[in-house]
Ligand binder design. Structure first.
Ligand code: ADP
Ligand code: ASP
Ligand code: MG
Length: 404
C-alpha cells in the first residue's frame, strides 16, 4: 500500500476507448489500496494541432500566448478521464498545473519546475481518499501566468510530483512496452531492457530517445524516484530505471538513439588565426544557441573551415547572426545542411572497452553510409549522417552490437 504516480502519454489517452482503458488502470491501482495521482498528456496529436492553429493566426505569436493555448490540451484529457472514473463510481478530482501547485520559472515554452506546493493534492488524497488527476506539461510562474515545460514535458511533471509527494513509485505508461535497445518502431528486433541506469537513460533521452523526457530522468536521479516505463496497452512488466542496474546479458552498449532535430553549419574560408573559434561560439552562446559537435579543419593557405551542429530550429537564426558579423569574422560563406541526423550509441561499459567506436564505424562502412562528423564522451559515441540514412544506420549499428 502506498502512493503511486501514474503518467499516461498522448497515444494512451487518444480517444474515448483509450481513456476508459486508462481509467481502468487507475481504478485497479486504487482498488488495490493505493493512493493514486495520475498525470496525463494531451490526447493524440492535440498539441501539434494547437500549434498549427496558432501558426494560422500569427506565426510569431508570443511564447506566453502559446503556453496559454498549449496548456488547454491537457485540461481536456484530464477532465475526460475524471469523468470516466466518475462513471465507474470512484471519487476523483482533476486539477490544472496551478491548482496542483506546480510553480515554475518564467521561461515560457521551456519552463523549469521550481517547487510544488502539494497541500491541495495531499488533502484530496488523505482527507477524501480521492484519486487526483493532474494536467502534465504545465505550471504557473510568479506572475500567475501559465507556463509549459517543453515538448514531451509531461514525464517531467509526473516525476516532479512523485519527488514532491515522496511517492513510492512513478510509472510512465506509454505506447511501447518499455525502454528498448533502439526505437522499436525503427528496429523491429530491438530488445526490451529489464533495467537501465539513470545515467544511461539520461544519455539516451538527451540523444533523442523520446520515450522519456530527459529532464524527467535528471530529476528522478536527483530525488531517487523509483521510476518505471511500461505500456498502457499490454499488461506486462516494463523497464525499471535505477541508480544501479543489473546487466543480464553483459552487452557492450545499452542502446542506439537517433536525433533528427539537428542541423550542420559550416563556416567556410575563415582566417586561420587565434581567437576565431572564441568569437564564433561566444556570439552563438550569447544568443542562447547551443552548439553540439564541433569540427575544425587544418588550415590551408591561411584559411580553415569550422563546422558545427545546432538544433534544427536554431539553424537559420545562427546563420543570420554570423552573417551580421561577417565583417570581423572574415569568412568566405556559410553552408547550412538541415537534412542530417545524429545517431549515437550509449553504454556505461564503454570506458573499459577499447574498439567500441570502431565497431560502430565498421557497421556504417559495411552499410555504405558516410560519416560527416564524430563526437565521443565516456559513455557515448555520436556520428552525424545524411538524414536519408537514418533507419538503415540505426538498424546496422544495432545489429552489429546486439545480433552478432
Ligand atoms: P508518450 O506520448 O507516451 O509520451 P512518446 O511518443 O513521447 O510517448 O514516447 C514513446 C515513443 O518513443 C515510442 O513510441 C518509440 O517510438 C519512441 N522511442 C524512441 N527510442 C526508444 C527506445 N529506446 N525505447 C522505447 N521507445 C523509444
Ligand atoms: N502534450 C505535450 C506534448 O505533446 C506534453 C507531453 O505529451 O508530454 O509535447
Ligand atoms: Mg513523451
Amino acid at each position: 500500500m502506498g502512493l503511486i504516480v501514474q503518467k499516461f502519454g498522448g497515444s494512451s489517452v487518444a480517444n474515448a476507448e483509450r481513456l476508459r482503458n486508462v481509467a481502468r488502470i487507475i481504478a485497479e491501482t486504487y482498488r488495490a489500496g493505493h493512493q493514486v495521482v495520475a498525470v496525463l498528456s494531451a490526447q493524440g496529436d492535440t498539441t501539434d494541432d494547437l500549434i498549427d492553429k496558432a501558426m494560422e493566426i500569427n506565426p510569431k505569436a508570443s511564447k506566453r500566448e502559446m503556453d496559454m493555448l498549449l496548456s488547454t490540451g491537457e485540461q481536456i484529457s484530464c477532465s475526460l478521464c475524471a469523468m470516466a472514473l466518475e462513471a465507474m463510481g470512484l471519487p476523483v478530482v482533476s486539477l490544472t498545473g496551478w491548482q496542483a501547485g506546480v510553480q515554475t520559472n518564467s521561461a515560457y515554452g521551456s519552463a523549469r519546475v521550481k517547487k510544488i506546493r502539494t497541500e491541495r493534492i495531499q488533502s484530496e488524497l488523505d482527507r477524501n481518499h480521492t484519486i487526483v488527476i493532474v494536467t502534465g506539461f504545465q505550471g504557473i510562474n510568479k506572475f500567475g501566468d501559465i507556463t509549459t515545460l517543453g515538448r514531451g514535458g509531461s514525464d517531467t511533471s509526473a516525476v516532479a510530483l512523485a519527488a514532491s509527494l515522496k511517492a513510492d513509485l512513478c510509472q510512465i505508461y506509454t505506447d511501447v512496452e518499455g525502454v528498448y535497445t533502439a526505437d522499436p518502431r525503427v528496429v523491429p528486433n530491438a530488445k526490451k531492457l529489464e533495467e537501465i541506469t539513470f545515467d544511461e537513460m539520461l544519455e539516451l533521452a538527451s540523444l533523442g530517445a523520446q520515450v522519456l523526457h530527459n529532464r524527467s530522468v535528471e530529476m528522478a536521479k536527483k530525488y531517487r524516484v523509483n521510476l518505471e516505463v511500461l505500456s498502457s496497452f499490454a499488461n506486462k512488466p516494463g523497464t525499471k530505471v535505477k541508480e544501479v542496474a543489473k546487466n543480464m546479458e553483459k552487452t557492450q552498449i545499452s542502446g542506439v538513439a537517433k536525433d533528427k532535430n539537428v542541423a550542420r553549419l559550416a563556416l567556410v574560408g575563415v582566417e586561420d588565426k587565434p581567437g576565431i573559434a572564441y568569437q564564433v561560439f561566444s556570439l552563438l552562446g550569447k544568443d542562447n544557441i547551443n552548439v553540439d559537435i564541433i569540427l575544425q579543419s587544418i588550415g590551408r593557405a591561411g584559411t580553415k573551415d569550422i563546422s558545427f551542429t545546432v538544433k534544427r530550429d536554431d539553424a537559420d537564426r545562427a546563420k543570420e547572426l554570423l552573417e551580421t558579423h561577417k565583417g570581423n569574422l572574415e569568412f568566405d560563406h556559410i553552408d547550412v545542411d538541415k537534412e542530417v541526423v545524429k545517431v549515437s550509441i550509449v553504454g556505461a561499459g564503454m570506458l573499459d572497452n577499447a574498439g567500441i567506436a570502431a565497431t560502430m564505424f565498421g557497421a556504417l562502412y559495411d552499410a555504405d553510409i558516410n560519416i560527416q562528423m564524430i563526437s565521443t564522451s565516456e559513455i557515448k559515441v555520436s556520428v552525424l549522417l545524411d538524414e536519408a540514412d537514418t533507419s538503415r544506420a540505426v538498424q546496422a549499428i544495432h545489429d552489429r552490437f546486439f545480433d552478432e
